[in-house]
Design a protein around this ligand. Structure first.
Ligand code: SF4
Length: 333
């Protein structure tokens, strides 16, 4: 513990610049970033724009997407005086470490990763070298800052294990202990489904609810949510256990309301339209402070860029130190 009562040990996480964030991003990552900021003294969050280049075909929106995402992170409660918030490409040392790591990484290990196989399926026309090396760059992101804890979704577990292996290989090859094996901190939130009630919430599937949407837009999206598919008529009893609206109620509504819906839905005492109206109201109430903070930051975009530039400078100080130690360990003249 430090004098601030926070835990020692550095936390690192990153996310691609996908623009305005949605509920899935918030519940799956951002909420956790903020909680860890309150718990740990040293937290670093990166907008990983170089990673984005492995899949994007045009960089036209990259800058705007970076800005919008930073805006959402700040509005959600990341505090630049406590956390380092920065853009990956502002610290080019990550690419140096990526190169050093590629020398201790067997190619077969990369091509065997399920995430790589999935990417080949998604973009068979663009299986680039960077795509194969994606986990190596991710390992470099983490190791460069000597992070001990990485909050990620459970689907990222193979990548964190991979990072640990690369760090071990590096330390073994050069008979050093300069780099640290990180631990994964799995996020507690279950998979957040989109308004279709079937697929994971995602912008590309257009089944998302944006955090920065207006209350009216939010209500409109909520009213489109798919509910219990067996409940065809208002008079049919429903099953909240298979309804995505009910899952969301459990996160955003009061215990009394959840209890009431759980009972009334099963005996057709409440209809889906009313149930969704209650959810939309509660969601909008929950998001009101976020929207206020977002509007305040958005009044002065330069301030958002200042946060990112300052974060980059602070991250670079750590990165330069690590790279100096790494080069010395390798024995580079
Ligand atoms: S009443 Fe609510 S919980 Fe029940 S099926 Fe409809 S939306 Fe889902």
């Amino acid at each position: 513990m430090t004098e601030t009562g926070k835990k020692q040990g550095r936390v690192f996480s990153g996310a691609r610049p996908t623009g305005r964030q949605h509920l899935g991003n918030y519940l799956g990552a951002i909420k956790n970033y903020v909680a860890l900021q309150d718990e740990y003294k040293d937290t670093i969050y990166s907008i990983v724009d170089i990673h984005a280049l492995t899949t994007v075909e045009t960089t036209q929106n990259l800058k705007q997407n970076t800005y919008e995402m930073a805006l959402d992170w700040l509005a959600a409660g990341l505090r630049p005086d406590e956390s380092i918030i920065f853009i990956q490409s502002h610290v080019p040392e990550v690419m140096e470490l990526h190169t050093f790591f590629s020398m201790v990484t067997p190619l077969g290990k990369l091509t065997d990763l399920p995430t790589f196989k999935e990417k080949i399926r998604q973009q068979p026309h663009n299986v680039n070298y960077g795509l194969v090396g994606y986990p190596v760059l991710m390992a470099a992101d983490i190791a460069l800052y000597k992070a001990v804890l990485v909050p990620v979704g459970i689907d990222q577990a193979p990548h964190i294990e991979f990072t640990r292996e690369v760090v071990r290989s590096f330390n073994y090859r050069y008979k050093t202990d300069v780099l640290v094996e990180p631990q994964m901190k799995a996020t507690q939130v279950p998979k957040v489904l989109g308004i279709d009630g079937v697929s994971k919430m995602s912008k590309s599937l257009n089944n998302h609810i944006e955090l920065a949407a207006t209350p009216e837009e939010t209500q409109k999206r909520v009213m489109q949510m798919v509910t219990d598919p067996q409940r065809a008529r208002r008079s049919d009893p429903g099953n909240p256990d298979v309804c995505n609206v009910f899952t969301m109620h459990k996160i955003f509504s009061s215990a009394e309301e959840v209890e009431m819906i759980n009972t009334e839905c099963r005996r057709a005492g409440i209809g889906c339209v009313d149930c969704k109206k209650i959810f939309a109201r509660n969601l909008n109430d929950n998001l009101a402070p976020f929207r206020e903070r977002r509007a305040a930051w958005a009044q002065n975009p330069d301030q958002v860029w200042d946060v990112l530039n300052d974060g980059g400078k602070r991250a670079k100080v750590i990165a330069e130190q690590t790279i100096a130690e790494v080069k010395e360990a390798i024995g580079l003249p």
